[in-house]
Ligand binder design. Structure first.
Ligand code: PLP
Length: 408
């Protein structure tokens, strides 16, 4: 198991790419550029090739891909040229609000979960106002499992994190979280689908406490937003995680994860329109006077493609896709157990974790066999993400490669 990875991977231990000598004076013809691009992309994987087991994103639906390609020149930063985009954003917000139990939700289409989480924290800080009054840094209570986007956000906004520990099944300990909330707490965060293990926090129990304490609660459902509602419809024992839970004040969900939309498609939903006002910045440009997100010039293609994905699939279409992902998960669990691997803990959603004495070496050995998996570093577990781009045959090939890699 020694030695660095030499396979077609994007791992950090690959040699640094050669530096170009500079922009040439004369351009090349298209055929030469495309040949150069083929060389540049030589090591890229394709979701369809059955080697990608580390990604919560996947290939977008064909219709979303088509709409995206047709709308590459659209700019959400200019509603006078593209008045459709504001309508599309309003409609997507209403559809996603409805999906998460609150059709009257306000919202902002974002570049992904990081931006949506950033906006949720910013709105909470402005709502709180305590920092301005007391000069003390605001505090945010969040699970130890919170996505690393919060590391960026809290550093940028100068907020002190207070981390709540996890249960053995990697959900936040609700009682401890509650005891950590003080008068300096500007926001509590829960996660519906942690990126490392797919764990879904007990949002209703957390919301009961935050509501009683008068503290806002943000649910980071970047990963689970498109999974939990349909999995619940299908009878999986998961709690509600959306704005239908009283006390939840905002939610992040990402159409570019399990929503069938292309990157960059994220969404912030808020219960109270006043939170949008708190995010408002005047651009002074006619037509796009009010900005609520971080980006100025921003792609309309992703919002239009999300609109197309939502209308193409409808609830039944998503339910079928989610059912198929959960079926793949069950197949993978059975194959792993059959091959003697220790699954830990039983997954809530689509991330399967495996106990192994040397998960990093196993991932390297797997990578030498052409497969990309990852390590849930906080827990020291092998992490495999199930997605709809994987076939039964490919899941069997993965477990065969894992078994072989484990013997190395
Ligand atoms: N939150 C969670 C739970 C995530 O899983 C992710 C991404 O995997 C994010 C936030 C960040 O989303 P993005 O990468 O779209 O910015």
């Amino acid at each position: 198991l020694l030695g660095s990875s030499t396979s077609r991977t994007g791992s950090a231990d690959r040699a640094a790419p050669a530096r170009p000598t500079g922009l040439s004076e004369h351009g090349r013809d298209t055929a030469a550029v495309l040949a150069g691009l083929d060389a540049l992309r030589r090591d890229d994987h394709d979701y369809a090739d059955g080697t990608v087991f580390n990604s919560i994103c996947s290939a977008p639906l064909p219709v979303a891909r088509q709409v995206f390609a047709q709308a590459l020149d659209t700019n959400m930063g200019d509603n006078r040229i593209f008045p459709s985009l504001r309508r599309a954003e309003t409609e997507v917000t209403a559809l996603l609000g409805d999906l998460l139990g609150f059709p009257d939700a306000g919202g902002v289409a974002t570049s992904g979960g990081t931006e949506a989480n950033l906006l949720a924290v910013l709105a909470a800080l402005r709502r709180d106002g305590r920092r301005a009054r007391t000069g003390r840094p605001a505090r945010i209570v969040l699970p130890e499992s919170a996505h690393f986007s919060f590391d960026k956000i809290l550093a940028m906004l100068g907020v002190e994190p207070v981390y709540a520990p996890l249960t053995p099944d990697l959900r936040v300990r609700v009682e401890t979280l509650r005891s950590l909330v003080t008068e300096d707490t500007a926001l509590v965060v829960a996660t519906a689908g942690t990126s490392e293990a797919g764990a879904v926090d007990d949002v209703p129990a957390i919301a009961e406490h935050t509501r009683a304490l008068g503290v806002p609660l943000h649910v980071d459902a970047a990963t689970g937003g498109f999974l939990v509602p349909f999995a619940r419809d299908l009878g999986h024992p998961l709690p509600p995680v959306g704005l239908d839970v009283p006390g939840v004040t905002s939610v992040t969900l990402d159409p570019h994860k399990y929503g069938g939309a292309p990157i960059p498609a994220g969404q912030l939903l808020v219960r109270d329109a006043a939170d949008l006002d708190r995010l408002r910045v005047a651009s002074h440009y006619r037509g796009t006077h009010d900005h609520h997100g971080l980006l100025g010039t921003r792609p309309g293609a992703a919002v239009l493609a999300t609109w197309a994905a939502l209308h193409t699939l409808g609830r039944a279409g998503y339910r079928t896709l989610v059912a198929s992902v959960f079926e793949r998960r069950e197949l993978l669990l059975g194959l792993l157990r059959g091959a003697g691997f220790a699954v830990a803990p039983a997954p809530d959603l689509t991330v399967v974790t495996v106990r192994h004495p040397a998960p990093g070496q196993l991932v390297d050995a797997l990578e030498r066999r052409g497969f990309i998996a990852s390590v849930a570093r906080r827990y020291g577990l092998l992490r495999l993400v199930v997605h709809w781009h994987q076939s039964e045959e490919q899941l069997r090939a993965l477990v065969a490669a894992l078994t072989d890699a484990d013997r190395e």
